[in-house]
Design a protein around this ligand. Structure first.
Ligand code: IPD
Ligand code: CA
Ligand code: CA
Ligand code: CA
Length: 265
């Protein structure tokens, strides 16, 4: 394993230890509301502090972009961290959340880790070297028809004003897929595309720490990732589509057909 990826894995496992211990007594976890429907707990913060400490021990000069701490330092070497992706699930004891850590050089993600502490599933990827689930190489699924596909998504809960238009798109997708799922941790949704559990995924308005590590996984597993127009702008917009090459194209077509009447514009 590349030494940089190794540090990311070490940091993710340490953070997962903090998360697992806290999950045994959720009544004791202090929850704060950041904005409607978005929560942060002391566990998010403790996990993030531990990840930053692990990275700094190895790479004191690298810059950090972390959900709870924001941007720290300046360097062409940057770590993009979501210490607990799926906080709402975590608070409720719903076992679908993960630690996500990516390393980027000059703005290009080179290594990524998504670790699910509830299942002990470690997803990793390094640019040009493939994607793995624990020690097994992973590939996107072989599905080619959207009709046969299981599609993951997240609801745009920060943009209620567009909800009706967005729901129209959901209605069409419900008819034209084998099923839509909203598990609640975007990094794992993307990792599931990488290992073939999902055939495609889309969500609007994600933050860099939600997808930095897992988008690399999808690409290294033979899948495609883009924004809603099929371009590479997802890094700035946070509007992201991912999938097997064929299913991805069909999903983008449907999203595009709703352009203008929904958030997709
Ligand atoms: C959230 C999860 C969720 C997605 C939200 C994210 P958080 O991350 O990834 O699936 O729908 O947009 O903010 O806040 O739990 O780290
Ligand atoms: Ca959050
Ligand atoms: Ca997140
Ligand atoms: Ca988070």
């Amino acid at each position: 394993m590349h030494p940089t990826l190794n540090i990311a894995v070490k940091a993710a496992r340490r953070a997962a230890g903090i998360i697992n211990r806290a999950s045994m007594d959720l009544d004791q976890v202090e929850v704060r509301t950041k904005q409607p429907n978005e929560f942060v707990t002391e566990v998010d913060r403790a996990a993030e502090a531990s990840i930053i400490e692990t990275i700094r021990e190895a790479y004191p000069d690298h810059a950090i972009l972390a959900e709870e701490s924001g941007a720290l330092g300046e360097s062409e070497h940057q770590w993009i961290i979501d210490p607990l992706d799926g906080t709402t699930n975590f608070i409720h004891g719903f076992p679908q959340y993960a630690v996500s850590i990516a390393y980027a050089q000059a703005g290009v993600v080179q290594h990524g880790v998504v670790y699910d502490p509830t299942r002990n599933e470690l997803f990793t990827a390094s640019r040009g070297r493939g994607a793995f689930l624990n020690d097994r190489r992973i590939r996107v699924s072989r599905r080619i028809r959207l009709n046969d596909s299981l599609v993951g998504t997240g609801f745009p809960y920060r943009a209620f004003e567009h909800a009706d238009a967005y729901m129209k798109m959901f209605r069409e997708l419900t008819e034209k897929t084998a099923g839509l799922r909203r598990p609640g941790a975007a990094s794992l949704d993307l990792a599931y595309v990488a290992c073939g559990r999902f055939d495609a995924f889309f969500e609007i308005g994600l933050a860099p720490w939600d997808f930095a590590a897992a988008a690399l996984m999808v690409q290294e597993a033979g899948g495609l990732v883009s924004d809603f127009a099929g371009d590479a702008n997802y890094v700035s917009t946070g509007n992201i589509v991912a999938g097997t090459p064929k299913v991805f194209a069909q999903l983008i077509q449907i999203i595009q057909a709703h352009k203008g009447e929904s958030l997709v514009a």
